[in-house]
Design a protein around this ligand. Structure first.
Ligand code: C2E
Ligand code: CA
Ligand code: CA
Ligand code: CA
Length: 275
């Protein structure tokens, strides 16, 4: 039994080693990718539910890896957060998104995801201020999407940063609403501009179960608190019909457009025309 135990331990050790090495490699790869400009932003339209008019685009990060091809964000953002790479990477995202949005008509905004780690770095407000100034973008055309996990952290600091961003005119959206450590109290402690209803609820909207009641409740909550509500992951006309009935104000999903290149987003806007 002793020998077996030692063997197991050794196996465990090498397995740990391999995992640590893979992690270390990916971390170095991430840092290199930032220098080599392998990251790119894609843009997915957000539409007004009543009119189907585009109100803005969400910027979504992509990594064009020389060997692995297109790597989706879920595969590298967690490690980028753990290693701190998200700080320069996130700053690049804000800068790049503002540069792109500056090409769009004035009523079209850009939404950027900011992770919890990035949110807490002292430089965030400065990065946003500099990007808006550099590209001559009004603060109101930038939306920052944060998740519920941010509200778990030291409340005084979090609220302070949110207020400083709002003072720049920047809009604040609560992303993936209903999936995290949801607490309604933070909706009272901070005036978010928008609540994004997580796509898991939209997916189940037309089947039996609680999803419809939840979507209805969140839309109502948003309405009474003066916050817009965006449904994520809208794929079918049936879902859209239901969302309209529930009074949800905006939608995003494959039904309206997949994440696309900056060039494609510009083309889509030119088809839509002004206003
Ligand atoms: P998210 O912020 O919830 O973004 C929405 C995700 O849903 C995107 O996945 C989008 O491509 C996908 N999606 C949109 N419409 C539909 C639909 O109709 N059906 C389905 N099945 N999916 C849809 P993506 O681009 O893979 O991004 C995944 C997550 O990675 C994002 O989730 C966000 O949490 C994170 N992420 C992306 N870009 C950034 C970034 O620049 N910074 C940070 N911190 N996180 C990012
Ligand atoms: Ca988002
Ligand atoms: Ca989301
Ligand atoms: Ca999500």
């Amino acid at each position: 039994a002793k020998a077996e135990g030692r063997g197991t331990w050794r196996f465990f050790e090498t397995e740990m080693d391999a995992r640590m090495q893979a992690r270390r490699r990916l971390e170095l790869d991430l840092r290199r990718a930032l220098v080599e400009r392998e990251f790119d932003l894609f843009y997915q339209p957000l539409v007004q539910i009543g009119t189907r008019e585009i109100t803005g685009f969400e910027a979504l990060l992509r990594w064009r890896h020389p060997e692995r091809g297109m790597v989706p964000p879920n595969e590298f953002i967690p490690l980028a957060e753990e290693t701190g790479v998200i700080v320069p990477l996130g700053a690049w995202v804000i800068e790049r998104a503002c540069e792109e949005a500056a090409k769009w008509p004035e009523h079209i905004s850009v939404a950027v995801n900011v992770s919890a780690v990035q949110f807490r770095t002292p430089g965030l407000v400065d990065v946003v201020t500099a990007a808006l100034a550099r590209w001559g973008l009004a603060g109101a055309r930038l939306e920052i999407e944060i998740t519920e996990s941010i509200m778990l952290q030291d409340n005084v600091t979090t609220l302070g940063i949110l207020r400083r961003l709002q003072r720049l005119g920047v809009r604040i959206s609560m992303d993936d609403f209903g999936t995290g450590y949801s607490s309604l109290s933070y909706l009272r402690s901070f005036p978010f501009d928008k609540i994004k209803i997580d796509q898991s609820f939209i997916r189940d909207l037309t089947s039996q179960g609680g999803a419809q009641a939840i979507v209805s409740a969140i839309s109502g909550l948003g309405r009474s608190l003066g916050m817009r509500t965006t449904a994520e992951g809208v794929e079918t006309a049936e879902q859209l019909t239901q969302l309209r009935a529930e009074g949800c104000t905006e939608a995003q999903g494959y039904l309206f457009g997949r994440p696309m290149t900056g060039k494609e987003a510009l083309e889509l806007l030119s088809v839509q025309g002004p206003g």
